[in-house]
Design a protein. Structure first.
Length: 237
């Protein structure tokens, strides 16, 4: 019995820790990997600049992985910012809303991102969409749930008459396991690349360097990243 051929993948790479970890995982599993970022007027737009540093670090420090790294794409979808105020796109305090979701939730964001990614993958001949959504350690966003991803995969394949797969390697991993995943792939050098050249802080703060990377240290994204790093390091010692 012959083994299935490695597929061509498109990684939704924001510049954050989760999507960076998905990228290095995809490079180890697929024959060709392209990346896609989105400029949607996000408050933490610094993620769009550090993603280039991360890609550069991959190419210089991990040439065996970089051999599979293809074209990088960035799409502008600033319509999301014009649809209404959120703490991810406007200078407002992060807080819970009456519907039980934090106001960092941008309605339709992941649905739109994956729809555009599917259209790009169709044009580029890519079969796998890789996204870092997770419902283990997360902020409760409904468009990060496994059921949402499965339903969206069905809808996209019907609409495109295709066989795209939405791959969610972090769906059932907590943040400690995400740190460990990077370590398993590239050791301490990969961990340092993630710490130094990814950005997850919702406020876009890169003035403070912590053991786990840059960020304000107080927003929900920083708290998740920090606690996951602490649990990961404790398990190593």
């Amino acid at each position: 019995m012959t083994s299935p051929q490695p597929k061509r993948a498109l990684v939704l790479f924001s510049g954050g820790q989760d999507s960076a970890t998905c990228l290095i995982d995809a490079l180890g599993r697929h024959a060709h990997v392209e990346t896609l970022g989105f400029d949607y007027g996000q408050r933490h737009a610094v993620e769009l600049s550090v993603r280039h540093d991360f890609l550069g670090g991959l190419r210089s420090q991990f040439p065996e992985l970089a051999l599979r790294l293809g074209q990088d794409h960035v799409l502008s979808v600033d319509v999301l910012k014009s649809l209404g105020t959120s703490a991810m796109t406007h200078d407002v305090a992060i807080q819970m809303q009456a519907n039980g979701l934090p106001n960092t939730f941008v309605p339709g964001r992941n649905l739109l991102f994956l729809t555009l990614a599917a259209a790009l993958a169709y044009r580029r001949g890519l079969q796998v969409l890789v996204t870092g959504v997770c419902e283990t350690d997360y902020s409760g966003y409904p468009d990060c749930r496994d059921d949402t991803m499965k339903a969206l995969q069905v809808a996209l394949n019907l609409g495109l008459e295709s066989r795209l797969v939405i791959d969610t390697p972090l769906m059932w991993k907590d943040k400690a396991a995400t740190w460990d995943m990077a370590a398993q792939i590239g050791g301490e050098a990969m961990l340092e690349l993630v710490r130094e050249h990814t950005h997850s802080c919702y406020l876009g703060d890169r003035s403070q360097r912590h053991d786990w990377g840059y960020g304000c240290g107080q927003c929900p994204a920083c708290e998740l990243r920090k606690s996951g790093h602490e649990r990961f390091m404790a398990a190593r010692n």
